[in-house]
Design a protein around this ligand. Structure first.
Ligand code: PSV
Ligand code: MN
Length: 387
């Protein structure tokens, strides 16, 4: 394939931005504030609109509830639409309330489970107003010590709670269950891996799917294998893209290991996941702790686009022949040829042909937007991860 052949698929690519990427974030040691940080969800959406305007790649913003709570979600949807965006995935949050110290959907106390289920029903109500398709569930549930909880009983209760939520999905809505191998619980986590998520969502029904966060695996995990398997099973609902060196680092996607991102996207292409009809949602789940947030998000969507373009360049016919012939090095060379192809000049020219800046990061720096928000956004409380 030449670059020109990849354009129809690149043109259909849409990456959802997380509202929380625009707020201040940090580690348990320090959250640094920065000039121009949004104080409201409306300001977060306005910042996300900059990313889309300069890249043409990010038409949706995901919300996190209660961080992005407002009185009128339909009005928030209209506000986003006026800026050229739609509201996307709604993320629930049962990890910051004292009530959930020992679990939420898995808790032994039926009253706590009820509260956690009700929170998800509230998220579904918000989705009805915003027109969002996906309810994304990530649970902090787990235990820190052997014997602390009944691991098996927790799985049973998780199923019951998820079923109560699934029952209330609208006909166009989906439930996506995200897994994470550790943190904040360290001995066991109730949804630690894709297999557990797959088992739980399969028991619910066809509109329950797995969310794969690229930062949620042990070092050395072959994530592209998981992508291939979930696509094969028809259960890959969405990605949370980010990158990691050590743990759930939430760094810019493709920054730590662009080759891994390429390999993941190659399996997406191979499994038909780029086709919008596949229903795979591409989301970022990142925080920008020390770098500027808007250019950080611009860099992120460009990284996904660049590795998608390279993945599309793999000569799949020649690869199939090499694989069948047992030509190990020949097959590997075909993958590496695509990975080492610098698509940036072609992407820049293609962007310009559509009226977008050749270099969106530079265009943002020259736009004056950052200076404007730095001076205008004074007073109020800056939004942060968790607020
Ligand atoms: C958990 O680490 C997670 O990846 C989930 O997607 C949360 O909703 C998100 O991070 C919050 O940043
Ligand atoms: Mn995530």
């Amino acid at each position: 394939m030449d670059f020109a052949d990849t354009i129809p698929q690149l043109a259909a690519q849409a990456i959802e931005l997380p509202s929380w990427a625009f707020g201040n974030s940090g580690t348990r040691f320090k959250v640094f504030g920065s000039a121009g940080t949004p104080r409201t969800v409306q300001e977060k959406i306005a910042d996300a609109a900059q990313v889309h305007a300069l890249t043409g790649l990010a038409p949706k913003v995901a919300l996190h509830i209660p961080w992005d709570q407002v009185d009128d979600y339909a009005a928030l949807g209209r506000y986003a639409a006026d800026l050229g965006l739609a509201l996307g995935t709604v993320n629930s949050n049962t990890f910051q309330d004292d009530l959930y110290k020992f679990g939420s959907l898995t808790h032994t106390d039926a009253g706590v489970r009820r509260k956690a289920v009700d929170h998800h029903l509230e998220c579904l109500e918000i989705m009805n107003q915003t027109g969002s398709q996906d309810l994304k569930i990530w649970l902090a549930d787990g235990t820190n010590y052997p014997g602390q909880g009944d691991i098996r009983g927790r799985q049973d209760r998780l199923h019951e709670s998820l079923a109560a939520i699934y029952d209330r999905l609208g006909p166009e809505q989906r439930l996506v269950l995200e897994y994470k191998f550790f943190e904040p619980a360290f001995y066991h986590t109730d949804v630690p891996d894709w297999g557990t998520s797959y088992v739980q969502v399969s028991a619910l029904g066809e509109r329950a799917l797995v969310c794969l966060d690229t930062g949620h695996h042990a070092p050395g995990t072959n994530i592209e294998f998981i992508v291939a398997q979930l696509l094969r099973l028809g259960r890959l609902g969405s990605f949370d893209f980010n990158s990691r060196f050590y743990a759930d680092d939430d760094l810019i996607v493709g920054a730590a290991d662009p080759f891994q991102l390429f390999r993941i996207l190659y399996e997406v292409v191979r499994g038909g996941g780029l086709d919008p009809a596949s229903g795979v949602a591409f989301m970022l789940d990142q925080c920008h702790n020390v770098e500027d947030k808007i250019p950080g998000q611009i860099r992120s969507v460009l990284n996904v686009q660049e590795m998608t373009a390279r993945a599309l360049l793999v000569d799949t016919e020649a690869l199939a022949i090499a694989q069948e012939a047992g030509d190990v090095l020949g097959a590997n060379a075909l993958i590496m040829d695509a990975f080492y192809t610098d698509v940036r000049p072609d992407l820049a020219a293609w962007r310009e042909s559509r009226g977008l800046p050749a270099d969106p990061v530079r265009a943002y720096a020259e736009s004056g937007y950052q200076t404007t928000i730095n001076t205008e956004r004074t007073g109020g409380t800056q939004a942060g991860w968790g607020a």
